[in-house]
Design a protein around this ligand. Structure first.
Ligand code: FAD
Length: 467
């Protein structure tokens, strides 16, 4: 009987998995995952639990899900030899390293006369079908979005029937994966998340029946449960973006077209970021706009640590950084504010912040992360202009007006009246005393003055913008 190896990567699910569907139609299926060599603590924790789930789901159908480590092409060719598989399938990825591996794999399979077939199963639309009028890749989101909106988005595939198999191959046990970092800080992530495909579906349904009704406005309010929090599920492919797209459109009669349009537009940002990564692969390491290469960054000294641990003296920034440390997630509005603070108030290189997010985000997606940081820095193609320096106090007053989010993550400010909570250091002594706050002891004074930092940031930008 024909046997197909299905190489799983960022698609740890059984639904809408074109590579699995093709394999199942062909005969026996041999699913395999090769452990990544680079470690990212929170995202690895998510991976660990997603793997445990998918192993179990295949086992329930009497199919072994194999885990290996090492160079992917070498490992896959070895497995082809061991199993006698005559076909290999996978869903494509668009980062430079994955693409290089895919090319090498195609060559190796051709040499061994093994058929290799790849599919678009990660994005809404394959990135090589959308170009502008001059046949160039889009650099700006809005025209990309208008173009994408005209494309038919493929309907998701159902989970295929699989043929059970009793043959067993070598596979690493979970204790050998090395995905759980030694300090176990991520243990608390368990209190906030349930990784895997089954939980992804539950989260989607909860969001569809609640948050989606208020997404258009609510998505900017970090204290509200109006965003989906599906990003970590999308990052490891526990859920397919096409099924979310079609699920949202099907809900339009109930929740309203505007809410749905706003949500699917955000899904398209994820497509756009990955699309940009395909055409501008250097965006994960350097500024897309070359003038920013000369930006006079200051050294990432102890101030970086103050930012990471959420002790800047700006409550919205600190609340965001503490949310990240506690949960491996931060609301999008707050991500923009904390990133702006690091880049513009502290003049610390955005790559330092990006690296901290890589370590701590459960939803780490290298395209979204790099694009998010370059957007805030002003160094991306479609970026917020550099001179737009977020005022962390006004942002808090506008998007967290009752300070619910701030108080949730900064328990030391719980008793501060809302009137003073956005600038605790400015509160009168009796207010501070009544709230049990001592500036410099229980909560820090602002580490930089906003107006002075803003002026310094703009002056720094002036030195590089015309070069
Ligand atoms: P929802 O509002 O429910 O949106 C649904 C989905 O749409 C998200 O899960 C995500 O896949 C996509 N999406 C939403 N907003 C954006 C956006 N601005 N850019 C790209 N895709 C978006 N997102 C990541 O998935 N991984 C990252 O590593 C990441 N790093 C970021 C770093 C910075 C500095 C910034 C400003 C943003 C970053 N984002 C990242 C984008 C965004 O913050 C998250 O996708 C979003 O907060 C996830 O929450 P959600 O699933 O509740 O979003």
């Amino acid at each position: 009987m024909s046997k197909t190896i299905v190489w799983f990567r960022k698609d740890l699910r059984l639904h809408d998995h074109p590579a699995l569907v093709e394999a199942a139609a062909h005969g026996e299926v041999l699913p395999v995952f090769i452990l990544p060599k680079v470690r990212h603590a929170a995202s690895d924790w998510w991976l660990h639990h997603s793997l445990l789930e998918i192993i179990q789901r295949f086992e329930d159908q009497q199919i072994q899900f194999i885990i290996r480590e090492g160079q992917p092409v070498e490992q896959l060719m070895k497995l082809i030899e061991e199993s006698g598989a005559d076909q290999l399938t996978f869903n494509e990825l668009y980062d430079p390293e994955s693409r290089e591996i895919e090319r090498e794999l195609a060559k190796a399979c051709e040499k061994q006369r093994v058929q290799v077939r790849s599919f678009q199963g990660t994005l809404l639309v394959a990135p090589d079908v959308i170009f502008n009028k001059t046949n160039q890749p889009y650099k700006v989101f809005t025209p990309f979005w208008k173009r994408l909106r005209q494309e038919p988005i493929a309907a998701p595939f159902a989970t295929p029937e699989l043929i059970p198999s009793t043959v067993k191959y070598y596979s690493l046990s979970s204790g050998e994966w090395g995905l759980l970092s030694a300090n176990r800080w991520y243990d608390k992530l368990m209190n906030h998340w349930q990784p895997g495909e089954v939980a992804a579906m539950e989260r989607w349904e909860t969001f569809r029946d609640s948050g989606l009704y208020d997404y258009l406005v609510g998505r900017d309010l970090p204290a509200q449960a109006s965003v989906s929090r599906l990003s970590p599920y999308l990052a490891w492919g526990n859920v397919s973006v096409r099924s979310l797209w079609h699920g949202a459109i099907a809900a339009a009669d109930d929740v309203g077209d505007q809410q749905v349009e706003a949500f699917i537009r955000q899904l398209a940002w994820r497509d756009f970021d990955n699309y940009q990564l395909l055409y501008f692969p250097e965006m994960i390491t350097k500024p897309v706009r070359p003038e920013f290469e000369k930006f006079p960054w200051q050294p990432a000294d102890s101030r970086l640590e103050v930012w990471k641990t959420g002790h800047t003296g700006y409550p919205l920034v600190d609340a965001g950084m503490r949310e990240l440390w506690e949960t491996g997630y931060m609301h999008n509005r707050v991500r923009m504010v904390v990133a702006s603070f690091l880049i513009k108030h502290l003049l610390i290189d955005w790559r330092e912040g990006m690296a901290w997010f890589e370590e701590t985000l459960v939803d780490l997606d290298i395209a979204n992360n790099a694009m998010g940081w370059q957007w805030v820095a002003g160094s991306g193609f479609d970026a917020s202009p550099y001179f737009r320096v977020f005022n962390p106090i006004l942002q808090a007053k506008k998007f967290d007006e009752d300070a619910q989010y701030i108080k949730k993550w900064l328990p030391e400010l719980t008793d501060m009246p809302v009137k003073f909570v956005f600038e605790p250091a400015e509160a009168p002594d009796d207010v501070l005393k009544a709230a049990g706050v001592t500036i410099g002891t229980t909560y820090p004074a602002p580490m930089v003055d906003h107006q002075a930092a803003r002026a310094r940031a703009l002056a720094a930008y002036d030195t590089c913008k015309n070069t």
